[in-house]
Design a protein around this ligand. Sequence first.
Ligand SMILES: [Ca+2]
Ligand SMILES: [Ca+2]
Ligand SMILES: [Ca+2]
Length: 221
Amino acid sequence: MVSQFRVGQYRAFRRIGFAVAAMIALTGSAHASTVTAIGGSAGFEATGAAGNDVIGSVFGYFGAQLYADGPLKVEYTYLGKEAGDTNSFLVLGNLQFSTATSAYGDTASETVALAGLLNFAFGANQATPTVINGFNPSASSGPNFFVSFYDQFGNLGALSGTSGVIAFDDGGNPTDSDYDDLVVRFTVSAVPEPTTWAMMLLGFAGMGFLAYRRKSKLALR
Ligand SMILES: [Ca+2]
Ligand SMILES: [Ca+2]
Ligand SMILES: [Ca+2]
């Protein structure tokens, strides 16, 4: 009787083990969560007096748009600024960072449900969008932003990745021809896809059924 129960228990645990392994495999097969710079022209930011006083000279892309390669979560961190104008950073149309009031290190986030453009914009000396991701002009004397996938490991030349910076040039006046007028770091992480959630729910339902069946078998004895 005791050994019989143990065998049944072992089988149930083995089944649960298979279900968990299948769920992990499904989660692992979810789309890689990366962001890609589309379009634009490659180059280094300027150095010197008219250079970037927040991140220095790094390799990246002028006039590029940032595209999510699949469902993901993006965290934005306000790194700093060197600008006379009061610039802003918006996500989904809502003001997140202002060079007048935000503290370096402040964060904001968005969840992208499907592959597509990230939903951020910059306001040049205003709290409403001036340059929207998707409509970032290439080499321009007006407001535009620079994108780089540089990180603490270097990562020079990368066109896509999981972390990088977005550096804004407000085009405010001729003596401010640089890309440090509001600098943001972005970091992406995975979110489970709808099919993964569905499979997980099925897995939990299956485990519940196994437990129920075992219980009723024991009750019959
Ligand atoms: Ca500067
Ligand atoms: Ca500046
Ligand atoms: Ca500037």
